[in-house]
Design a protein around this ligand. Structure first.
Ligand SMILES: O=C[C@H](O)COP(=O)(O)O
Length: 232
């Protein structure tokens, strides 16, 4: 099970990589736009520096033809590193690019997946990750969880190395459902993590435990502090 961050905000990456078992960062042009007109390659290098050595960084190609997409990929490999996972939209052109990138031994994430058909083609093309867009599928009345189940079954049946990196989450329930249905990885925006961990009930539980403890041992007393005061 892998948790990635769907942001290139440096402060958010610092905050959540320090606290959570984050295995990578994903981005797309919309995510880049949120940062303003950044020095793109310099920024991506900063993102990479914030990650563990074995973490994966996924950067999307924006070219519209096979040639311009391959040129984008070459620029990313040169500037950010040859181990970068290039995100390729799963279109007819994109599948041709995936085929060529995989033949050259590169890491590829097939993205913009809405249908089982796209997912199956990307698996057959040898994509390392496939990214179904959970919330966007639901908005189109497509059965996101069912598609993930069937893609996971196809991966198992074909003994493929592809992993499902589910994306486009707009609430925590979508995340846990995607994982329960066979996604090996999920990529989360900071707002989803905050929504999942900042629930008032969680804070209330901690407040209640603190109040019970302090009613016994006094305000500010800790377990370790108790040991020291016992030793004295
Ligand atoms: O690159 C994939 C993103 O996770 C899509 O998320 P979105 O549907 O919120 O734009």
């Amino acid at each position: 099970m892998e948790f990635l961050l769907d942001t290139i905000d440096l402060a958010a990456i610092k905050k959540y990589t320090a606290a959570l078992p984050i295995t990578g960062v994903t981005s797309n042009p919309t995510i880049v736009k949120k940062q303003g007109k950044i020095d793109f390659f310099a920024h991506m290098k900063k993102v990479k520096k914030l990650l563990d050595e074995d973490a994966t960084l996924h950067i999307q190609l924006v070219g519209q033809t096979v040639e311009t997409m391959l040129a984008d990929a070459a620029a990313i490999f040169e500037q950010v590193g040859p181990e970068t996972y290039v995100k390729v939209p799963t279109t007819l052109t994109g599948l041709k690019v995936i085929k060529q990138l995989k033949a050259a031994g590169h890491n590829v994430t097939a993205t913009a997946i809405y249908t089982k058909f796209q997912g199956l083609l990307a698996i057959a093309a040898g994509a390392d990750y496939i990214a179904p867009y959970y919330n966007r599928m639901q908005n189109m009345d497509l059965a996101a969880a069912q598609v993930i189940t069937e893609l996971a079954q196809a991966i198992e049946k074909e003994h493929a190395d592809t992993k499902i990196l589910a994306a486009s989450f707009h609430n925590v329930d979508q995340v846990v459902t995607a994982l329960a249905h066979g996604a090996q990885a999920v990529t989360l925006g900071p707002e989803i993590i905050a929504a999942g961990l900042d629930h008032p009930a969680i804070h209330q539980a901690v407040t209640n435990f603190t109040a019970d403890w302090e009613s016994l041992f006094g305000k500010g007393q800790t377990v370790a502090g108790l040991l020291h005061s016992t030793v004295k």
